[in-house]
Every structure is written in C-alpha cells, then in structure tokens.
Ligand binder design. Structure first.
Ligand SMILES: NC(=O)c1ccc[n+]([C@@H]2O[C@H](COP(=O)([O-])OP(=O)(O)OC[C@H]3O[C@@H](n4cnc5c(N)ncnc54)[C@H](OP(=O)(O)O)[C@@H]3O)[C@@H](O)[C@H]2O)c1
Length: 325
C-alpha cells in the first residue's frame, strides 16, 4: 500500500490517559501491562475474553464507546504453534480477522490517538532473504503450515496502513520474532516450540524418562526474544516511532532448534538422550529478523537466552498446576 497522510511527531504517552491493552492476560499482553504499570501508567484497561469476546462486533463497539481509550495496544489474537495452526486453519484466519477488524474499526470510531498492532514474523515469505527486512512483506509464498494466520496478520498491517492513509491516524504495527517468558502457553495442543520443549524436558526429568523425542530434524534456525524485552520495545515504539511500515522486533541473532533443546535440557537438569522424529515437519528453515530499523529507533534487547530460559523454567515450575490447557 502506498501513500501516507500522517503528520505526527512521536512523544511520551500521557500516563493518566486511558490505555486499553487487548489481550492483557496473554503472554505478550501481560508483559506489556507489567511494563506500563512499572512506567507509571495508572489508567490501564483490560478485559478477558470471557468478559469481552472481541469477535462480538456489537460488544466491542459498546466497550469502546463506554471506555473511550486514548491509546490501544492490540495484543489479543488466536495464537498457536505448528500443530494448532495446521489443524485449525479456518479458526486462525477467521477469528483473527474478526478480532482485528472489530478492534480497529471501533478504535477508529472513538478516535483512538495511538494504536500498536502486533503481528508476527510468519507474515514474511518462507524463503525471504535472511535476515528478513521489513520490505520482504508480500514478496513471495508463505510457509504453508501457518499461512491462514499469516494472511490475517498481513490484513491487519494493511488495515493500519489504510487507516493512516484515509484518516491520518498515527497507528503503527510491530512484528515480533518468537517470544517466550513468564505467562507463556505450555499446553501440548497449542504451544509454540520453546514452551513445548520446556514442558517436554521438565516432564522427562520428573518421570525419569531417558529419551526425549522432538519433532523434525532440529536443524531449523530460530530467533527468540524474552517477552519483557518485547514489552519494552512496544512502549519504545509507541513513544519514538511513527510510520506506515511494520517494525521488526527481535534480537537479530538465531540458534538451531537442536541448540535450544540442548540448552533447555541443561537448564531443567535432563541427563538423558534427545532423539529427532524426522517424519514430522520442520517448518521454515530459518527465520531471523533484520532488526536494524528498530536499532535505528534507539532500541535493543537486554535479556540473554540462557538467563531468560532460567527465569521462564522457574515460572513454569511454580505455575505448572495452574497453567492453561
Ligand atoms: N507468542 C509469540 O511467540 C508471538 C510471536 C510473535 C507475535 N506474537 C503476537 O503477539 C500477540 C499476542 O500473542 P500471545 O503470545 O500473547 O498470545 P496468548 O498468550 O495466547 O494471548 C492471547 C490473548 O488474546 C486474548 N484473546 C484471544 N481471543 C480473544 C477473543 N476472542 N476475545 C478477547 N480476547 C481474546 C486472550 O484472552 P484471554 O486470556 O482472556 O482468553 C489472550 O489473553 C498476537 O498478536 C501474536 O501474533 C506472539
């Protein structure tokens, strides 16, 4: 999409203005909430999906008319790993489209000032040159295992750009790499690779199993960012960035799935053998974001992988009896 009609200079957000975090109980939303509270935001608004189903267009408009947020972070989405994405493509496409369109339309109606839409690095083509720059968007075929989800997210980015062009609103999009941390989804049915590995290795330690079998060859390379870093990046972008292009958020370096599995095994104290089920799909061979745009905006990550894994395993062990299924 070309053309941009926004004339806006980013500035610190008003800490007492109502700010709605959609998805505030999720991995990303809860980290953003914690970060905003720590930064002195004292008028945060959050609703669980039980209190407000964002697929319910009427309820979403009613909520926005009542609460009239000045700023919005859209971190609510139906999110899952390869298995969930490839088993329920309709749900990932349809639910995410509904959530986004309802929130963005209602935010427009009440005149939200700043809005941050969160997408995902799966929006980029499967064979995009690595590390992936923002301008790789829509230059090639998507990874098939999560193309429905990716298409929904791409539609969200385009809606943000369209709002900028048609209504001159300084709304922005960020595309995080793989995230992990406290509050992650550790369910065997819905989790991403890193929490799935933590759970698998931890259960092996508890049961005394000598072998852990992981999906695929272990050779794909992935980048991981701690969710507290992600939350800090979101606030940084809201206060320092404006532009129609989505901004990649990551560390700029990657590891193989095999390396991450070994590190997790070490962190949880697994002393057995890891095997790889090569009949299962690998997904994209490499996915590393080019984060130079974000670096140019003055932000870089702080939490190293091993340090982040240790605190995530600690959180998982403390919450293992109450984590979502
Ligand atoms: N996790 C990652 O590695 C990663 C990577 C890149 C991008 N992202 C992006 O970050 C965003 C958040 O992801 P996440 O990992 O935080 O996911 P998550 O932990 O599964 O949280 C998603 C949140 O969305 C809310 N939600 C889902 N459907 C809803 C509905 N119909 N109505 C209202 N709320 C609904 C859930 O609310 P309840 O808890 O109240 O049910 C939940 O809090 C997504 O846009 C995702 O694409 C995540």
């Amino acid at each position: 999409m070309t053309g941009d009609n926004v004339d806006f200079t980013p500035a610190p957000l008003d800490r007492s203005a109502p700010l709605y975090v959609a998805g505030h109980r999720g991995l990303v939303g809860s980290a953003i909430w914690r970060k905003l509270e720590a930064e002195g935001f004292d008028n945060l608004i959050g609703r669980s999906s039980k209190e407000l189903d964002l697929k319910d267009r009427g309820a979403v408009f009613e909520f926005f008319r009542e609460t009239r947020p000045t700023n919005v972070v859209l971190a609510a989405a139906k999110v899952g790993g390869i298995l969930a994405n490839s088993t329920y493509p309709v749900d990932f496409l349809s639910e995410n489209m509904q959530i986004q369109v309802n929130v963005l339309d209602a935010a427009l109606e009440v005149g939200v000032d700043r809005l941050l839409f969160l997408g995902s690095s799966c929006i980029y083509p499967k064979f995009a040159p690595q590390p992936i720059k923002e301008d790789s968007l829509l230059t090639g075929h998507l990874e098939e295992t999560n193309d429905s989800y990716a298409i929904a997210k791409i539609a969200g980015i385009l809606q943000i750009q369209a709002v900028r062009r048609q209504y001159g609103k300084p709304w922005i999009s960020a595309m995080p790499t793989n995230l992990y941390g406290p509050g992650d989804n550790f369910s065997p049915k819905g989790s991403h690779v890193l929490p799935a590995l933590i759970r698998r290795y931890d259960e092996a330690v508890k049961s005394g199993a000598e072998v852990v079998t992981n999906w695929g060859t272990g050779t794909p390379r992935r980048e991981f960012l701690h969710v507290d870093d992600m939350a800090a990046a979101c606030l940084h972008l809201l206060e320092h960035y404006d532009g129609p292009a989505q901004v990649n958020v990551g560390t700029g370096s990657d590891v193989t799935i095999r390396e991450i599995a070994e590190t997790i095994g070490r962190v949880v104290g697994f002393e057995g053998v890891t095997e790889w089920d090569t009949t299962k799909p690998d997904g994209t061979p490499q996915k590393l974001l080019d984060v130079s745009k974000l670096a140019d905006e003055g932000w870089t990550y702080q939490i190293g992988l091993e340090e982040g894994l240790r605190s995530t395993v600690e959180w998982y062990r403390e919450h293992v009896d109450s984590i979502r299924e």
